[in-house]
Write a protein that binds this ligand. Structure first.
Ligand SMILES: [Cu+2]
Length: 116
C-alpha cells in the first residue's frame, strides 16, 4: 500500500529544534532522490535522515510479525499500523525538522530534517 501526503511549511514550525542523540545515524538524500527509512528491530534506520525539500521519504516495515507506525510528533502525518512489508510515503515540500515516533511503541523515535 502506498499513501502520500504533502507536508506544509506551517506544520514544520512547531517541530523545529527537537531531540537527536549522538549515536543517531544520519544519511543525506540529494534533491530528486528518494529517502528511505527501514523499520526493523524496533527502530527507525537511519535515526536521522536529511533530505532536500521536495523529497519523498518512504518508510518500510521490515520487521517480522510486528506492526509499526510512523507518526509525526505534531500530527503532520500518521501512517496508521503498517504491517510487515507495508510502506508509507510522505513528500516533504518545505524545509523543517520533523520528529516522529511509532504510536504502538512510543520509545521508537526518529527525525527527518528537510533542507531548503
Ligand atoms: Cu512500533
Amino acid at each position: 500500500m502506498k499513501m502520500m501526503l504533502v507536508v506544509l511549511a506551517a506544520a514544520a514550525i512547531a517541530a523545529a529544534g527537537c531531540n537527536s542523540s549522538a549515536d543517531d545515524v544520519t544519511t543525506t538524500a540529494a534533491a530528486g532522490d528518494d529517502g528511505a527509512v527501514s523499520v526493523q528491530n524496533f527502530a527507525f534506520s537511519p535515526g536521522t535522515i536529511t533530505v532536500a525539500a521536495g523529497t519523498e521519504v518512504t518508510w518500510t516495515n521490515n520487521e517480522t510479525g510486528v506492526a509499526h507506525t510512523t507518526t509525526s510528533d505534531d500530527d503532520v502525518w500518521n501512517s496508521g499500523a503498517l504491517q510487515p512489508g507495508d510502506d508509507f510515503t510522505v513528500t516533504f515540500a518545505d524545509p523543517g525538522t520533523f520528529t516522529y515516533f511509532c504510536s504502538i511503541h512510543p520509545s521508537m523515535t526518529a527525525t527527518i530534517v528537510v533542507e531548503g
